[in-house]
Design a protein around this ligand. Sequence first.
Ligand code: PLP
Length: 366
Amino acid sequence: MNLKHLVRPCVCSIKPYVPGKPIEELKRELKLKNVYKMASNENALGPSLKAVSALKKSLRDIHFYPDGNCFYLKKALAKKYNLNNDNIIVGNGSDELIVLSLRAFINKGDEVIIADPTFLVYKLAATIEEAKIITVPLKAFRYDLPAMKAKINSRTKMIFIANPDNPTGSYVTQSEVESFFKGLPEHVIVFFDEAYYEYQETKDYPDTMKYIGHKNIIISRSFSKAYGLGGMRVGWAAANKEMISYLNQVREPFNVNRLAQAAAVAALEDKKHILKSRQMVRCGKRYFYNEFKKIRLFFVPSAANFVLVNVGMNSTVVYQKLLQQGIIVRDMTDWGLKNFIRVTIGKPKENKLFISHLKKIIGKHK
Ligand SMILES: Cc1ncc(COP(=O)(O)O)c(C=O)c1O
């Protein structure tokens, strides 16, 4: 059967998103007992135990549809971030909020400005909406906001800013965002993707929430990273009430399942778990930076829970050899970053294992 004449042309032009290799798949393929996933920026500590027990409790009710309005989760988020419930939308992962934002606002041919390289879902979702995608190269592994602003014209509808960025881990500062907003035309919506927000610890990280109500801004955050709930699929976005109402118009009625909502409410309350996760990531990054320096590998200092590092040789080979040892990282070749891998901070034992195998593979045993 040939369906080419039926499918939308934009669907054929999509390069599918390739996720990090699942642990189960590698165990199956290589018959390995121990596999460490350091590929998808998940929380190596695991979920909050409070979230796990909330999940168990809500299992009894799974014959009921979830609350399509995510009332309790919105209430908890609103309290924590000093917002109103109607400033918030919850999604099936923050991925869904990217998709919904484009679905609500993009007409065919509208221009969407993204960095190159950056998180792949912006391009993928914008392609489905038949947007014209304008890419702006990173400058020294950072978003180049002035160059992105210079690309704005009357057809520009949305600009995506991953902050901290994936795969670099770099971030844009408050003063950069301040000048970016100065004189920004009102027909442009700025989408700040703050999936790694909980890990940034610098004073000049921008407070984007303060622009809600003054600017056309959508801010998304995730429960998949520091909150350790990647498998539940929960993310949320904040924006002004009218913006949120349009996003709600295009979402499915029950987009966030009952278990995910219960887990997210409990995770949000577990302050100790977040503190521990941040501590683990802080120490892990310090360890990686020191080790990379010792063996003279270039890396990008990261505000998130992963590090982008140039391994000085074919990164696909390094990736494959690490797989043989049961360590899954991300090869960055397909992202246009030749010789780079991205490694998620693990527990200390995993970090050490990764470094010792990496040294053997690249032939540096200092
Ligand atoms: C920058 C960025 N945004 C969004 C996401 C998606 O997160 P979620 O699991 O909330 O859909 C990721 C996941 O890797 C990411 O790196």
